[in-house]
Design a protein around this ligand. Structure first.
Ligand SMILES: [Zn+2]
Length: 101
């Protein structure tokens, strides 16, 4: 998997120490797919979209995540509910723009 130059944004081989395009730096950011931001989608949600946000950002199975959330909500009460509320407040809502998929 290639990295991306933090200076010019061009693709850089994973083992490269300098950007072949601009020659800058040894610190390359991860590909955009690995740094997708958390946001709560407007439509694919059940309560507040917290599970949907996590499954989209990190590639988790949304059904499994929801089942685990409910199970944890029962057995870890009220810890899961507090975390869920914190995520509800902390994770921004998706903007009214079409997804870039
Ligand atoms: Zn560069």
């Amino acid at each position: 998997m290639n990295n991306f130059c933090s200076a010019c944004g061009s693709s850089v081989p994973a083992d490269a120490r300098f950007c072949p395009a601009c020659g800058v730096g040894t610190r390359f950011s991860q590909p955009a797919t690995a740094t997708r931001q958390l946001f709560r989608p407007l439509y694919d949600r059940r309560i507040a979209g917290v599970c949907a946000a996590m499954s989209r950002a990190w590639g988790w199975d949304i059904g499994l995540l929801r089942v685990l959330t409910v199970i944890c909500g029962i057995f870890l009460f009220p810890l899961t509910e507090i975390v869920y509320l914190a995520c509800w407040i902390g994770i921004p809502e998706e903007l009214l723009a079409p997804p870039l998929l």
